[in-house]
Design a protein around this ligand. Structure first.
Ligand SMILES: *Cc1c(COP(=O)(O)O)cnc(C)c1O
Length: 323
């Protein structure tokens, strides 16, 4: 790759489009921020791309990550764009499909440990060696800074100030980026609606406790929301921002994926369905009815995307939840 290109962002500017069906359902104009269209399949490339780009400029010669999901995909893609090799440490529970997708992205794959924590420990140990950088899936300021570009784009693309931004939360990296973007652009009064599934509700638990706490075990099918504990950054960056946290069932998340596929001909994974469920299962409608959203302006849904979905998986979940 030529030197010029190495200075350009690795992510792309994604479209913000109206959704007639969700607008009808919510009783308020709904706009969809289509980050499912990012290279590597999710918004993760914004933050991880930023981290990898900075790292390589500062002498990093090898990118290491520990995710069999979208963070691994983004780090492999970003490393390839920057012309350095990448290695992904994965637990044995990682689906074969994701391993082959990572290999297609030219990453070296090392299966280590039974769960993410064990793979993560090995990855951080290996990154201790010279010239290697470990990119954390959600807990780093460069990752948040990259994610904050989403707010810049939304504000540029929106004619009127959004009434709210709806997103799903795993470890809180995206949330931190949104907080940072709202502060940076002087609009901390835009409320944030944070969606999680039961069994991956680390943000909800943290907000109740007043600090990050472990939820002990991940039981949700929304694997990409499966962080035991959110980053401390959430508490540092949320100051002054009105955040409402909602926990829905896996069934509601899957139903949102299925309805969204029909309504918009776009396939997303349940981690993203969780955000869409704010419209499909009545969360937004209730906030409006209770007078908790500004009276004007569109509701922006972040369609965070994800590579971990196939037609077959959607069919399997459909059957599992009797939908
Ligand atoms: C990673 C991810 C999330 C959660 O993001 P965090 O930064 O961990 O909160 C949500 N949806 C998808 C599709 C993801 O890949």
């Amino acid at each position: 790759m030529d030197e010029m290109k190495k200075n350009e962002p690795i992510h792309i500017v994604t479209p913000l489009i109206p959704s007639d069906i969700l607008s009808e359902l919510c009783g308020r104009p709904v706009l969809l921020k289509l980050d499912n269209l990012q290279p590597s399949g999710s918004f993760k490339i914004r933050g991880i791309g930023n981290f990898v780009q900075k790292g390589v400029k500062n002498g990093c010669k090898h990118i290491i990550s520990s995710s069999g999901g979208n963070a691994g995909m983004a780090s492999a893609y970003a490393a390839r764009q920057m012309g350095v090799p990448s290695t992904v440490y994965l637990p044995s529970s990682t689906p074969k499909m994701m391993i082959s997708r990572l290999k297609d992205e030219k990453a070296s794959v090392v299966v280590h440990g039974r769960n993410w924590n064990e793979a993560h420990e090995k990855a951080t140990e290996m990154a201790g060696s010279k010239d290697s950088c470990y990119v954390h899936p959600f807990d780093h300021p460069d990752v948040w800074e990259g994610h904050s570009t989403m707010v810049t784009e939304i504000l540029e693309q929106c004619n009127t100030k959004p009434a709210a931004i709806v997103l799903s939360v795993g470890g809180g990296g995206l949330l931190c980026g949104i907080f940072q973007g709202l502060h940076k652009h002087g609009v901390p009064d835009i409320p944030v609606i944070a969606m999680e599934t039961q069994g991956a509700h680390a943000l909800n638990a943290a907000l109740i406790a007043g600090k990050p706490v472990s939820i002990g075990e991940i039981t949700s099918i929304a694997q990409c929301l499966g962080a035991l504990c959110v980053t401390q950054g959430v508490f540092e960056l949320k100051k002054g921002i009105n955040i409402s946290s909602h926990v829905i069932s896996d069934k509601d998340a899957v139903e949102a994926c299925l309805r969204f596929a029909d309504d918009h001909r776009i396939m997303v994974q349940p981690a993203c369905g969780a955000a869409l469920a704010a419209g499909y299962s009545g969360v937004i409608q209730k906030l409006i009815a209770d007078g908790l959203l500004p009276k004007e302006g569109p509701v922006v849904f972040i369609v965070c995307g994800g590579s971990a979905v196939t037609l077959q998986l959607l069919e399997d979940w459909k059957e599992k939840f009797n939908l």
